[in-house]
Write a protein that binds this ligand. Structure first.
Ligand SMILES: Cc1ncc(C[n+]2csc(CCOP(=O)(O)OP(=O)(O)O)c2C)c(N)n1
Ligand code: SF4
Length: 311
């Protein structure tokens, strides 16, 4: 097993994802992917569910040192099963040296992860498929214009939840808990990660390597055009999500959950909301006090549950 990294200085310099990718400036998901690949290395097949990152690999070229397979939005885990089976057959027949085996990595947005691909994901976890699953969670269907997904948080404006007289506070539904949906299937490893905490992110991928079976990573993914913020602010906004307690950094090994970072003093959630245009209607023209209180209370309740267990 690789020893855990201690500081930013230890992060591998070698890029597996080459520069010049066709994503928006400041894409938080792309940054998370870049860090993840530094942990995973080159011996990888990425199985991509249709979304923003599908545009990264334009046939016959990819910006990756590794391989790439594109699937329909709902089918990436089924595609991953096919790739894993093919690799296993090649190894069994002696046509692939086990040392040259590849890691199979599903790469998906939250629309596919929380909604459209959930049944094929559930099947793959249930079959104990040996794969990594990285969801860059920009909290909406980004590629098609930022429509609401099951990952959209309460209060967010999206193309399909515009604040108006009928719905002054944007989306009225809470975000689904994908971590817990996965945990109920009892896979060996689950983690939430953030592009603002690359040491934590890389160490989680390294730790997951010890386990055969499904391994989930959900990265909060600031999305400048969808969230309405300056591209240069992505890392700062991702950090604020953690510092306010909105995005909890945690992992679960065989179902046992532990936090991997706890802010010394939690900042008010408003600091995170106020810097994004998708939440502007919660502050102007009139403050949506009740909604702001509910959002803060939801975060407080989550962390209150951890009070006695935090290590
Ligand atoms: C079955 C199906 N419906 C709709 C689409 C159109 N489509 C392509 S990408 C996309 C958005 C995907 O959203 P998400 O998974 O959140 O990834 P992101 O775009 O945010 O990267 C949609 C709806 C599709 N490819 N397949
Ligand atoms: S729309 Fe958002 S998620 Fe998609 S490439 Fe741009 S910044 Fe990244």
């Amino acid at each position: 097993m690789n020893p855990p990294l201690k500081s930013l200085k230890d992060i591998p310099k070698e890029e597996i994802l080459l520069p010049g990718t066709p994503a928006c400036a400041g894409c938080g998901g792309l940054l998370a992917l870049r860090h993840a690949l530094k942990a995973l290395g080159e011996k990888v097949v990425i199985v991509n569910a249709a979304g923003c990152f599908t545009l990264l690999a334009i046939y016959p070229l990819t910006p990756f040192r590794s391989s790439w397979l594109y699937t329909a939005m709902a089918s990436a885990p089924a595609g991953a099963q096919g790739v894993r089976d093919a690799l296993d057959v090649l190894i069994e027949k002696g046509r692939l040296d086990p040392q040259e085996d590849l890691k199979v990595v599903v790469l998906t947005g939250d629309g596919a992860a929380y909604d459209m691909g959930l049944s094929s994901t559930s099947g793959a976890i249930h079959r104990n498929l040996d794969f990594y699953y990285l969801c860059y969670d920009n909290e909406a269907y980004g590629n098609t214009g930022f429509q609401k997904s099951g990952a959209t948080p309460r209060g967010s404006k999206t193309a399909t939840t515009p604040p108006g007289s009928h719905q002054p506070a944007g989306s009225h539904l809470p975000k689904k808990d994908l971590f817990e949906i996965w945990r109920s299937h009892e896979p060996p490893y689950l983690a939430t990660v953030s592009p603002a905490y690359p040491v934590d992110l890389i160490n989680k991928f390294r730790k997951a390597e010890e386990h055969r079976g499904p391994k989930l990573f959900i990265s909060l993914a600031p999305c400048p055009p969808g969230w309405g913020m300056d591209p240069s602010a992505s890392v700062e906004v991702a950090r604020l999500a953690v510092e306010t307690g909105v995005w909890a950094l945690k992992e679960a090994v065989y179902g046992e959950v532990s936090t991997t970072f706890v802010p010394r003093k939690f900042k008010p959630v408003e600091e995170y909301l106020a810097c994004q245009e998708r939440f502007a209607h919660l502050f102007r023209p009139v403050r949506q006090e009740e909604v702001l209180r509910e959002i803060q209370a939801g975060v407080d309740d989550y962390w209150r549950g951890w009070k006695d267990q935090i290590r």
